[in-house]
Design a protein around this ligand. Structure first.
Ligand SMILES: NC(=O)c1ccc[n+]([C@@H]2O[C@H](COP(=O)([O-])OP(=O)(O)OC[C@H]3O[C@@H](n4cnc5c(N)ncnc54)[C@H](O)[C@@H]3O)[C@@H](O)[C@H]2O)c1
Length: 309
């Protein structure tokens, strides 16, 4: 059924120096009456426009998400957050087949989501494009892309071999671009818009201390600025790009540093602890869903207060 809306002039458009607020109300009523009387009866609907409940805006029924690095850690926890909101299809892209397959099985059995695993290295642009094409064939579309595949290593700058430095930039920064480009092409072709969520880090805007991690820090600063660049370029296609920048989180990425650094990291974090992976899920869901429909180009720090000091 067709609906009709009547554009009312703003109060200051009908305000003259002598009018009172009652005059404005009367004037607007008269305009409405005239406008409504000139609309053919068949076009008038008496149903009030439906106001969307804010919680409904977080629902993801009918949407398909691709999560890189979703086999474990933060990627898995954020994928689970999307599934809990009714996500229809999930593709996990990761290097680790066993973990990736069992992540899909677990999320399917718990939430009923159609979940598929695709093994790849995010540095391999041909494999990434093939996988995105396969996701569209297998699950129908791509609405959400969450880029969590990433690595870190701690090497003093004077000792960093160029190959080791390049590896971090290649996976974290170039890999994010390759995946965003491959999924973005599908989103643009489908014309339905989409949401791309980069995983940056507080390391993209501060220098972690005392451990040396120049490649990681540079890669994450690059990820955040890449996100901002794509948010500007792709706004015309209604593709929103944002990033989540965590502080120190309790995941396998950091397990190796527990003995040496956890005490120091906690002491430097006002909340006095590391974050748990599921503490990113609410933000990922907000960014993935219509609840954040006017948000693009934003980097959201979730770091227990680390960066305020
Ligand atoms: N854990 C933290 O403290 C922390 C803080 C800030 C940002 N981050 C970022 O969050 C993201 C996830 O980190 P995490 O802690 O969950 O790490 P994690 O090691 O637990 O998980 C990373 C996942 O990415 C996958 N992966 C790594 N290299 C890949 C490649 N080349 N191709 C495909 N998949 C690959 C791994 O197999 C793994 O499943 C990373 O980008 C990381 O930099 C982590």
């Amino acid at each position: 059924m067709a609906t009709v809306s009547v554009q009312l002039p703003l109060a200051d458009e009908v305000m003259s120096p002598t009018t009172t607020s009652q005059h404005i109300v009367d004037h607007r009523d008269a305009i409405v009456e005239t406008a409504v009387n000139s609309i053919p009866e068949s076009l008038i609907t008496t149903a009030a426009p439906r106001k969307r409940n804010v919680l409904d805006m977080f629902r993801l029924e009918g949407r398909v998400a691709v999560v890189t690095g979703g086999a474990r850690g933060l990627g898995y926890a954020m994928a689970e957050g999307l599934c809990a909101a009714g996500l229809s299809g999930l593709a996990i892209l990761d290097l680790q087949s066993d973990l990736g397959e069992s992540a899909c099985e677990q999320l399917h059995s718990e939430y009923g989501v159609s979940a598929r695993f695709y093994r790849l290295d995010v540095r391999d642009e041909v494999a990434v494009q093939d996988a995105m094409d396969a996701v569209v064939r297998d699950l129908g579309q791509i609405d959400i892309l969450l880029l969590s595949a990433g690595v870190a290593d701690l090497v003093h700058a004077e000792d960093y071999s160029p190959a080791k430095f390049r590896r971090v930039i290649d996976i974290n920064l170039n890999g994010s671009f390759v995946c965003a480009q491959a999924a973005g092409k599908h989103m643009i072709a489908a014309g339905r818009g989409g949401s791309v969520i980069f995983i940056g880090s507080m390391s993209g805007s501060i220098v972690n201390w005392p451990q040396p991690q120049s490649a990681y820090n540079a890669s994450k600063a690059g990820v955040i600025h890449l996100m901002k660049s794509l948010s500007a370029e792709w706004a015309q296609y209604r593709i929103r790009c944002n990033s989540i920048s965590p502080g120190y989180m309790d995941t396998p990425l950091n397990t190796a540093f527990e003995e040496t650094y956890f005490g120091e990291w906690k002491a430097r974090t006002p909340m006095g602890r590391l974050g748990q992976p599921e503490e990113l899920a609410g933000c990922a869901l907000w960014l993935a869903s219509d609840a954040s429909s006017f948000c693009t180009g934003s980097d959201i720090l979730i770091d227990g207060g680390y960066t305020v000091l």
